[in-house]
Ligand binder design. Structure first.
Ligand SMILES: *[C@@H]1O[C@H](CO)[C@@H](O)[C@H](O)[C@H]1NC(C)=O
Ligand SMILES: *[C@@H]1O[C@H](CO)[C@@H](O)[C@H](O)[C@H]1NC(C)=O
Ligand SMILES: *[C@@H]1O[C@H](CO)[C@@H](O)[C@H](O)[C@H]1NC(C)=O
Length: 616
């Protein structure tokens, strides 16, 4: 072949100089391209090997594969940038949570606790980099073993913090060599949580805590949850308990709970409302959660009232409240009440009981009760999508059609009682069916095999997926929570954080009323969680959604990389355009990525990615 070309060239060269010059030029251009290509790939390889010496799962081979994909793409797109991998962040970013930089907040003059609050505007414009795990990070144990034993190298905790932690929910921790154990079979240790749960059940008039569900208690907001043990116990009773605690730079309750596979999110209500609609939870629990409830003219209690459903319970365990109550009782024989008593009366809460340090109040089921109290006004206008609005000194939810006492609820939401949410029953059934079959496909894709040269098709089953642990799942655009419901139905041992993006249809009340965990979030901002806290991220239509908003897909994917643990999975489902762009960016973020054509004649595609385990 080559020989005959040269022969032809010499013939041409001899006869017609003008043509032969042209051919020589062409040959020269090819030569230069070949040279560039080889130097490009060798630079690429040497850069790759110097910056990530130890990456699992033959990353090199995969980059080559993906690079080819990229070159295809590059030839299609006009003026695309030369591919450049995103660099790694330094060690100081190992536990980086954007929006919570206390020193930066203090510098800008925030005080009275607001410096600990979420301030995303101050963390914009940071250079792009990939957050790396700590040196001795290990993949967590699978559920349920991982609930009771975590690797101490995976969380940030100082020895001092361990020794000084003494509250009921925190003392259930023993440090072994490189593990932290939360003994749940060991009688002595777990008793305090079980006793606490039993005590609550008795105080609200139940025979045991196994009856919570029958009494209408399905969802619990656990404020300042220690290390999640109480929530873990409620989960075993089939309740959904979500831990919410403020940002802590080390010894974080939220980081520990998530590491154990228990639902948790960073949140506080120092100055702003929680990102939940009103009438969200059946029970709010605070065991020594550090909030001074009678501060700020009762604003914190008003926020609890807002998120509680009618007839819901507020459980407070606090030694200081007891002292206050005792001293006021002994000094004045009950003639003068404490500020807490005053506030709860104004809120129409009734004190169901007090034992030891635990108090239980019940929110009224009568929405007229508030108007007779006068001292706290009713909020004007019903809450639409409340996203970190300032705490308000008014009562919410009284005119909502979701004002249904928890005891009167008619079983779980299904296609017959969905209409209260303005959802068409047929639409709802169809959605449920869709996610049931989508889940089967997804599950079969969670295997490194799909990155091999013979891609798996949805439905194939070898080897048994998921290839590794999937416990903490986030559905980044959850719609009705259909994926979560399908997972429950298929008895997957997962919990799902159902995120409703700001600006999408507000289905969060529906999700919460289904008894699922959910939160409102603006995906142009970082998500309030620690790095490496989710095992799988799923987003259906989110890429299209954010393209209509003013933020960058690269920053969204970098944020996904931050919150996903090494070897965790990403499934993006969208139309061809956004999926191709995301695949290109996934390469820069060093994810293994594969586009899957659903082959049903639509331009819907799946992008399945796995985050590599990168060490330094
Ligand atoms: C927090 O803010 C300070 C002061 O603005 C800055 O020097 C520091 O780098 C920030 N920390 C992080 C982790 O971004
Ligand atoms: C939906 O729930 C209600 C109340 O629990 C029940 O009576 C009804 O049979 C359920 N409908 C379906 C279709 O499951
Ligand atoms: C193909 O599948 C996607 C998602 O699985 C779905 O949204 C779409 O409606 C389907 N298209 C057709 C033509 O069936």
């Amino acid at each position: 072949m080559r020989r005959s070309l040269f022969t032809k060239l010499s013939i041409l060269f001899g006869r017609r100089p003008s043509v032969s010059w042209l051919v020589l030029c062409i040959v020269g251009v090819f030569g230069v391209i070949a040279l560039l290509e080889s130097s490009y790939s060798s630079t690429f390889d040497s850069v790759a090997s110097s910056t990530n010496p130890d990456v699992y799962i033959s990353y090199r081979k995969l980059t080559k594969l993906v690079r080819n994909d990229y070159l295809d793409l590059n030839s299609l797109s006009v003026g695309a940038n030369w591919i450049k991998d995103i660099g790694f962040c330094g060690k100081e970013r190992e536990n980086y949570v954007p929006c919570y930089n206390v020193s930066a907040n203090t510098v800008t003059g925030l005080k009275d606790g607001e410096e600990f609050d979420r301030h995303c505007e101050l963390s914009r414009g940071q250079p792009h980099c990939l957050v790396r795990p700590p040196k001795d990070y290990k993949i967590p144990l699978t559920w349920p073993a991982g609930r009771d034993i975590i690797w101490s190298g995976n969380v940030r905790l100082t020895k001092d913090q361990f020794l000084s932690s003494g509250s009921m929910t925190k003392r259930l921790m023993l440090l072994e060599e490189n593990q932290i154990a939360f003994h749940s079979d060991d009688g002595m240790m777990v008793d305090s949580v079980k006793d606490h749960s039993h005590l609550i059940a008795e105080m609200i008039g139940l025979g045991s805590d196994a009856e919570f569900l029958q009494a209408g208690v399905r969802t619990v907001l656990d404020i300042g949850c220690g290390f999640g043990s109480f929530g873990g116990h409620l989960l075993s009773l089939k309740l959904m308990a979500l831990c919410v605690a403020e940002y802590e730079s080390s010894g974080s309750q939220v980081q520990f709970a998530l590491e154990r596979g228990l639902p948790a999110v960073i949140g506080d209500f120092i100055s702003k409302q929680l990102p939940f609609p009103s009438l969200s939870y059946d029970m709010v629990h605070c065991a020594q959660c550090g909030i001074i409830w009678d501060n700020k003219d009762g604003l914190f209690l008003i926020e609890i009232d807002r998120v509680l459903k009618p007839g819901g319970y507020f459980i407070l365990t606090s030694p200081t409240t007891r002292q206050q109550q005792d001293s006021s009782a002994s000094a004045k024989k009950g003639s003068m009440s404490t500020p807490l008593e005053e506030f709860t009366k104004k809120l129409c809460w009734s004190l169901l009981g007090q034992q030891e340090e635990t108090f239980i109040w019940q929110k009224t089921v009568n929405s007229q009760c508030y108007s007779s109290q006068l001292s706290i006004p009713i909020c004007k206008g019903e809450d639409m999508q409340l996203y970190y609005q300032p705490l308000a000194h008014c009562i919410s939810g009284t005119s909502s059609n979701r004002w249904v006492p928890i005891h009167d609820r008619s079983g779980p939401l299904n296609s017959t009682n969905i209409e209260i949410h303005g959802v068409d029953p047929d639409d709802f059934s169809e959605d449920s069916g869709f996610w049931k079959s989508a889940l089967r496909n997804y599950w079969s894709l969670l295997s490194p095999l799909i990155f091999s040269d013979h891609p798996k098709r949805p439905g194939e089953e070898d080897p048994l997926p998921p290839y590794n642990m999937v416990r903490n799942v986030m559905d980044m655009n959850a719609h009705y929570g259909g994926l979560n419901a399908a997972m429950l139905e298929a008895s997957k041992s997962v919990w799902v954080m159902n995120v409703v993006p700001l600006g999408a249809r507000n289905t969060l009340p529906l999700i919460l009323d289904r008894g699922l965990a959910g939160i409102l979030h603006n995906w142009c901002e970082p998500f309030p969680t620690y790095p490496r806290t989710y095992d799988m991220l799923h987003a259906n239509g989110l890429l299209s959604h954010i393209s209509s908003q003013d933020c960058s897909m690269l920053e969204l994917l970098l944020e996904m990389d931050r919150i996903l643990r090494p070897e965790g999975w990403i499934i993006l489902s969208d139309t061809l355009g956004p999926i191709e762009k995301a695949r290109m960016l996934a390469t820069q973020i060093r994810w293994e990525a594969r586009v899957i054509d659903l082959q049903n004649g639509s331009d819907q595609r799946l992008l399945v990615c796995q985050k590599p385990f990168t060490r330094k």
